[in-house]
Design a protein around this ligand. Structure first.
Ligand SMILES: C[S@@+](CC[C@H](N)C(=O)[O-])C[C@H]1O[C@@H](n2cnc3c(N)ncnc32)[C@H](O)[C@@H]1O
Length: 407
């Protein structure tokens, strides 16, 4: 992501009217009539000039040609492109992901980013987009500026570490009722009922988006999926090193890495957990599997996680999604009652001692009922040795997980 924004101190209130800044104008790129060769030269120059602050991004012009990309261009008085912002529109046409925003350094700090984004947003609304997703650097104040600009339209935000430095992710409502838009409405239109997105409607949209992603075969964008589910952790173990959490859980393996969504999709398609079944994620981290699973199936999902802060974040996501069939428990897997489980998932989280204790616990559960155990990573080797289990297939994502079942 190269959403650079302005490097100068952000203004308290970004401009709202696109044509208000003399000498500059913005337009949605018309792919049918674009002079791609000329555009490539102009965009490369903007990138080169910004190179001091970030690595060159991929070839923007190639991306801009894609059917699902909407681009806004900022022109100076001579008709030269001096800035651009483009967004990917997802397959359900409801969410746009602002991927790259850049302005020539000499024009930064003039308040041009507001009008540029406003133009982009109007183009996205015309495509039927309802949500805008974007990341912004924190260090140059851009994230704060975005926060002030969108105000109550921000549905969700969280910080994460990126190769460009610390960033803030925002999920924003692409509402028609912003001051700049309402100013053009006739009185008659103003009396129409508001098209505000209620929490119930937002949930329905998210469920629709995830159902479409689950049913399809397109590559899943990990960050997009985290944003939809409200999964907040990304690389939070970096922040936890040396913290109270690290001290408290000394002797256990607390670092987090989420299972990739390709794997989760394939796993849920293979196992098809049903109503009445209980699916445990042992060491559930930031809850990707329980949240996705509970949203897409009627089975009950339980996540057990050592780090309380992660469980609290998962509970917020659960509440926001309104999911009755998911439960998150804070604690050590060894201390929890898991006897009602039918499926158990482990992504190599445990120390050898905890892993051995978990095998004993699962063996006890399997003495009363048929269970399945799914392992991703080296912990698989421990389960392969168990004579009370047999291999029941593989599931592929970035890596390969093994399914075992009790005999
Ligand atoms: C590699 S992450 C996997 C997260 C999640 N299962 C996934 O696949 O997306 C492992 C998680 O297990 C947790 N963990 C490690 N030991 C644990 C224990 N004894 N009890 C509960 N959770 C534990 C860690 O804190 C970490 O969040």
């Amino acid at each position: 992501m190269t959403d650079l924004g302005s490097n100068k101190t952000p203004r308290a209130k970004p401009e709202r009217n696109s044509e208000a800044i003399a000498g500059f104008s913005s337009k949605i790129l018309d792919k049918r009539t674009a002079n791609w060769a000329e555009l490539a030269i102009q965009l490369a120059e903007i990138e080169q000039l910004n190179q001091k602050t970030l690595p060159l991004s991929s070839n923007n012009v190639i991306e801009m040609k894609e059917d699902n990309v909407v681009t806004a261009l900022l022109y100076d008085a001579r008709g030269i492109v001096v800035g651009f912002s483009w967004a990917d529109v997802d397959e359900t046409q409801k969410t746009a992901y602002v991927t790259t925003t850049m302005i020539k350094p000499k024009h930064q700090g003039k308040g041009l980013i507001g009008p540029l984004m406003e133009k982009l947003e109007s183009g996205l609304r015309k495509c039927g987009c309802i949500f805008l997703s974007r990341d912004a650097l924190k260090a140059n104040g851009y994230a704060d500026s975005i926060e002030r600009h969108y105000g109550s339209r921000i549905l969700e935000k969280h910080d994460f570490v990126s190769p460009y430095g610390e960033q803030r992710h925002f999920r924003i409502l692409l509402d028609e009722d912003t001051p700049s838009n309402t100013s053009n409405k006739s009185d008659a239109n103003r009396d129409q009922p508001s098209n505000k997105i209620t929490p119930d409607r937002e949930r329905a949209f998210i469920k629709g988006d995830i159902a479409a992603i689950h049913a399809g075969n397109a590559k899943i964008d990990e960050r997009k999926m985290d944003a939809l589910l409200g999964v907040t952790g990304y690389l939070d173990d970096i922040n936890l090193v040396g913290s109270d959490v690290a001290i408290k859980h000394k002797g256990e393996r607390w670092p987090y890495q989420g299972t990739d969504y390709e794997m989760i999709r394939n796993l849920l398609r293979t196992l098809k957990p049903e109503k009445g079944q209980v699916f445990y994620d042992l060491g559930s981290g930031h809850g990707r599997i329980p949240l996705y699973g509970a949203l897409i199936t009627e089975a009950k999902f339980v996540g057990i996680e050592l780090v309380r802060e992660r469980v609290e974040a998962c509970n917020k996501a659960k509440e926001k999604l309104g999911l009755p069939n998911v439960e998150f428990r804070a604690g050590n897997v060894l201390d929890q009652d898991i006897s009602d489980g039918d499926v158990f998932y482990l992504f190599s989280p445990f120390t050898p001692k905890t892993a051995a204790g978990t095998v004993t616990k699962l063996k006890r559960v399997a003495s009363n009922k048929h269970i399945k155990i799914v392992c991703l990573g080296p912990i698989e080797q421990l389960f392969e040795k168990q004579e009370w289990l047999r291999s029941a297939g593989k599931v592929r994502g970035f890596g390969t997980a093994t399914i075992f079942e009790s005999v």
